[in-house]
Design a protein around this ligand. Structure first.
Ligand code: S3P
Length: 171
């Protein structure tokens, strides 16, 4: 990988993109940016309020513009949103950097997301663990091909600290 390429973390909601991104940024002495947080700061609105005000299509447009604008910078470590790679134009942008796909099993995702579902508009209807599990399973089936288009895939079901050590040998 070239030294100043951005590093993009991709994966389903709850796969640990922000946690791993922060640890990686510290280890590599790079700036970390969480794409959702970047959008919230620019739009002066939470992701939940944004979904309510412009709907999912409006959010996707803003998300693509934010990704595009960050891609003009270098040396960043960026945690993307779970849906970011599910758009052709976004994938072209991601391909200009190094992309790491964080894979998690269904149980891990369900457990992690059950407690944080109130901040994630796509999960509002998942008021039981069974509904959440089914939503994750069916959405992952649809998104799998988008996530798997990238070369570096790592499992992140357990400790993110251990994962960082193996990642540092890869990139
Ligand atoms: C989304 C994931 C969220 C956020 C938005 C939509 C998705 O980001 O961008 O709620 O489509 O999977 P995280 O993956 O950081 O939760």
């Amino acid at each position: 990988m070239s030294n100043n390429q951005n590093i993009y973390l991709i994966g389903f909601m709850g796969s640990g993109k922000s946690t791993v991104g922060r640890l990686l940024a510290t280890a590599k002495k790079r700036q970390f940016i969480d794409l959702d947080h970047y959008i919230e700061t620019n739009q002066k609105m939470s992701i939940s309020d944004l979904f309510e005000s412009v709907g999912e299509p409006g959010f996707r447009k803003i998300e693509s513009e934010a990704l595009q604008s960050l891609s003009h910078q270098s040396d960043l470590i960026i945690a993307t949103g779970g849906g970011t790679p599910c758009n052709t134009q976004n994938r072209k942008i991601l391909q200009t950097g190094t992309v790491i796909y964080l894979q998690c099993n269904l149980k891990t995702l369900t457990d992690r997301l059950y407690t944080s579902r109130s901040t994630r508009p796509l999960l509002y209807d998942c008021d039981t663990k069974a509904k959440l599990y089914n939503f994750i399973r069916s959405t992952l089936i649809k998104r799998k091909t988008c996530y798997e288009k990238f070369d570096i895939k790592v499992k992140n079901n357990d400790s993110s600290n251990e994962l960082i050590n193996s990642l540092l040998q890869l990139i």
